[in-house]
Ligand binder design. Sequence first.
Ligand code: SAH
Ligand code: SF4
Ligand code: F3S
Length: 453
Amino acid sequence: METRRFAIRTYGCQMNVHDSEKVSGLLLESGFTPAGDEADADVLIINTCSIRDKAEHQLYSDLGRLREWKAERPGRIVGVGGCVAQQVGARLLKRFPGLDFVFGTHNLRHVPGMLARAAEGARTARVDEDRSLARFDLPSGRAGGGPGRRWKAFVTVMEGCDMFCSFCIVPSTRGREISRPAAEIIREVRALAEEGVLEVTLLGQTVNAYGRHDVRRGRARSEGTMPFAELLARLDEVPGIERIRYTSPHPLFFDADLIRAHRELGSLCPHVHLPVQSGSDRILAAMRRRYTRGAYLEIVAALRRARADLSLTSDLIVGFPGETRQDFEDTLALVREAGFVDSFSFKYSPRPGTPARGMEGEVPPEEAQARLRALQSLQKEQTLAYHRGRVGERTQVLIDGESRRGPEQVSGRDPQNRVVNLEVEGDRPIGPGSLVPVRIRAATPHSLLAAVA
Ligand code: SAH
Ligand code: SF4
Ligand code: F3S
């Protein structure tokens, strides 16, 4: 077979980025090699996101344009995976004659086989749900698959979502919640540490719900799971792991033990990304988020008592059906009160098969747009004020590589997960993966500027 070089185009959240790493790992094991770029590839895999209408349409425009890419070199293969693949399934093959195979979010392991079939001219789709733990048992390559040392890694702890927020498509694209045995997670983190990884990010759609079904049913022992805070404590003991992060936690499962973990565990970073979605109790109820504004703010207060240096970030939706001007004002007030250092905010987008789609009280698009702008401009001010407040502080930066500002600077993240750019002094190169003590010298809207301390 000639089709040996692959490229992966990834959209969506960190779970998708990690799934691409897993596909990459499987392809490397099957003898494929990473292409330098898509122009050089024989196989292109598009890992899709379906969270908003725009994300889904991105795939359709990509597939439209790929006809030329395929025509340039006969034998080229295109596969589509991820959340749109799971949602639309085999119908994608009908709609796009140039598409060779479709794999759902539980079918990563089938990619090499489907690719082999595609090379023989068979167009296949696999989107069946896999409820077995075998799903977690995949090699984790790097996105792009290149060799070299890694210093940061994602680790899956749970998958799927049983929350069914009324606006969200994820429960149907990722299936039922399932937690991986703790022993396997610990083993993976140990192996990563031995490889030189300094920072791990634990992943799950509601990551702090880890093991909850087993714990509640008294089955944690037999299923090999444990409460999330306990898992963190076990990982904190792994030698070589300097930083532990996790994403995304859900406020409903943010318990006292998790807050205590933030006080006690040395490697647990002082950053929490805790999506709130809205500051109005009426809208939170319509969203089926299962917490109130007050409950959310209590978590924030307790976290700040546990870690004074905490940075808190969030996700917000504006223009949910029935959102009044007052509801929106409540959201703005919450952003201030919670003191978000940063946030991702979105206009509500109706998704297929979700209950919110049929709800009355559509917010006119211009109004939703105006609310989004107002929210983002408040956030921008708040982010800058936070950055300014950090000038003069000493901290540590884990270097990712060259800064966007050019080769005289390297860039990395501090424990609070802010981007920090560092000036490189002529004869002292700072390589990716170094953990560097710095002093913060200046603030910009998107990053901090620091010097080696
Ligand atoms: N599991 C996470 C969120 C994952 S989706 C949680 O529960 O917090 C990432 C973000 O996309 C959500 O936090 C939400 O802000 C946004 N989002 C999800 N569905 C959306 C929709 N239909 N329209 C607009 N934004 C949406
Ligand atoms: Fe979607 Fe809600 Fe699940 Fe998050 S918790 S993935 S918003 S259904
Ligand atoms: Fe998108 Fe699926 Fe993640 S819809 S946000 S890629 S879980």
